[in-house]
Design a protein around this ligand. Structure first.
Ligand code: SF4
Length: 124
């Protein structure tokens, strides 16, 4: 038996997950979204990831980024390693792709700010 706190909504239901006859049985969930969360957490946990990348602009030395969709929890460290190798050399905008299909996971690493482009534009 495993215990898990649901993070889908602020109610934070405390759930119990048991394996019975080859099936996952969830209890303590306040709604079916919690059950889905518990099953996904047990079978294929995923997370979103926010980080920063370096730039070669001294006005904006780092730029915030995130993955465009959830990635397997056990790939977070590997994706962070990929992100740490990037140096932005263009004045990119929010939503621009920094790493396409990172580690073939089917998601992109994208910029979440246009500050670099705005500052470069302001400074001419
Ligand atoms: S089980 Fe439902 S009600 Fe409970 S925290 Fe999760 S989403 Fe919210």
């Amino acid at each position: 038996m495993k215990e898990l706190v649901c993070i889908v909504c602020p109610r934070s239901c405390k759930m119990k997950i048991e394996f019975q006859h080859g099936e996952i049985v969830v209890s303590g969930n306040g709604c079916k979204r919690g059950k889905s969360f518990a099953i996904n957490e047990t079978t294929q946990p995923k997370r979103t990831l926010c980080s920063t990348v370096k730039t070669n602009y001294k006005e904006v030395p780092v730029l915030p980024v995130r993955v465009s969709g959830e990635i397997p929890k056990d790939k977070i460290f590997d994706v962070m390693k990929q992100i740490s190798t990037v140096v932005v050399t263009e004045p990119i905008s929010c939503g621009d792709i920094i790493i396409e299909d990172v580690l073939s996971l089917g998601v992109n690493v994208i910029a979440t700010s246009s500050i670099l482009k705005e500052i470069i534009k302001e400074n001419g």
